[in-house]
Design a binder for this molecule. Sequence first.
Ligand code: NA7
Length: 539
Amino acid sequence: MNVEANASSYDAIVIGAGVAGLYQLHKLRSLGMSVRVIESASGVGGTWYWNRYPGARFDSQAEIYQYWFSKELYESWQPSERFPAQPESERWLNHVADKLDLNQDIEFNTRVDSAHWQEADGSWAIRTDKGDRLEARYLIACTGMLSAPLEDVFPGQSTFQGQICHTSRWPKEGVDLKGKRVAVIGTGATGIQATQSIAPEVESLTVFVRTPQYTIPMRNPKYTEEDWKHWSKNFTYLKDKVLNTFAGFDYDFDGRSWHTDTPEQREQTLEKLYNDGSLALWLSSYPEMFTEAEVSEEISRFVRAKMRARLNNDADLCKLLIPTSYGFGTRRVPLDTGYLETFLRPNVKAVNCRETPIEGIVPEGVLMQDGSVHEVDIIVLATGFDAGSGALTRIDIRGKEDCSLKEEWSNEIRTAMGLQVHGYPNLFTTGAPLAPSAALCNMTTCLQQQVGWITDIIQYAKAEDKTVIEPTKECQDEWVRHHDEVTNQTLLPLVDSWYMGTNVPGKPRRLLSYCGGVNNYNQHCVELARNNYPGFVFA
Ligand code: NA7
């Protein structure tokens, strides 16, 4: 295998050294394969390398935001709190890379520009921005669900005389916010974390709100050595549990029904789960929240009342910051730490940019459509990502007959279980569209499940003496049909957000994450493997 002269040849190239890429490297190496990971950052971590903005932290509990292949590894790292912040997560992934001696096989500061399938010998020809030419039998894109930032959002950004920064491109050396006039644009999970963290430090903070979010106060106790011993004792239980729940967490809906519970029981359940300070209210209260408009409205009302109290019932703030146009849980639910209360501070102002949209950026600050300008020194773009597909379509990926993934996906995003795409043999993906992911899955659960499945199918092909793996068109069509059918039973497709791809102009509308449950998805994947992968062609 070396169609392209002078190319370095590997059994597999993995793109990305985040949670999935690190594990994929480890797994393939343990099969005795030669593997190279290409990573654009200068270190490991993926999401936890890039998202250095103030307040960045995950909202899966630390005891389940974990790798499950080694109890020893689990025990070797003690999280400091229930929801650790970015620096700790980055340190954790460096710890994992060190323990497994992964860095020697990672090419840092290098971006994959293109990957072209070579039919002649069944391999991928890969080019990087460094001019490297690589070849590999398998190409595994562990490129992240939320890694392609929407940075160039407003006309005139380059004319701004202060500093402008997307949250996921926050400089390593930090940004000096002290005493500055700062704007935060965006109130998703990221904007919320940034807003609450930045406010006490800055002279003034202007938050531009287009769509308000339902938000739940995070309960984030410190973890002691004793706590971690407790979780370590439950390692096997947690490891099994997360794969058998709706969203890859350790909590689940557990058979409770809105219709059979009395109003008192409902109130009690909602109150208890709200006070847990986790995503449990969303992902383990009542499943009807996702499917029945009336239940969605009742639960939304419960959360709105909590939010109103947190805003001291201030009528203007409540109008601007409490959602009424969509139901709780139909967009990503963030956890916050004093986010709403931040707006009660004298140095914080919320601006309604739905009523008066942002026109662009001018040297002095943010220009509104009515001609007014909010003068600031620093602009924080918490404007989100081209989720799911963006990281892949930003690479020139060409499969059989030179078909371009970017072109195909500009019409319609289709995959076989988010693991492969018909027409792109030996390309595997994690965190890609139509699999459970960020929106509806604890990321470490679904990424490891996918890496495990990918490794198994590659191992199976090897045992069968086959070198090319591709899903049939029928297999992919059937998955897309099932995905859409499950989606259409829910309220999710009725609401605009990055879940549906509507945050990117021109992106085809489809729910990006599979919402049929991590448990069911995993079961389907297990069945496929057990039955020697029907719907996949091996050559
Ligand atoms: P999100 O959730 O996509 O949020 C982006 C925010 O930026 C959202 O409030 C947008 O308003 C706002 N936005 C984007 N463009 C504009 C313009 N042109 N004008 C005003 N406001 C704008 O991204 P996050 O980074 O917060 O979170 C992404 C995921 O990362 C999160 O769900 C977690 O899973 C981790 P909009 O809602 O579109 O009206």
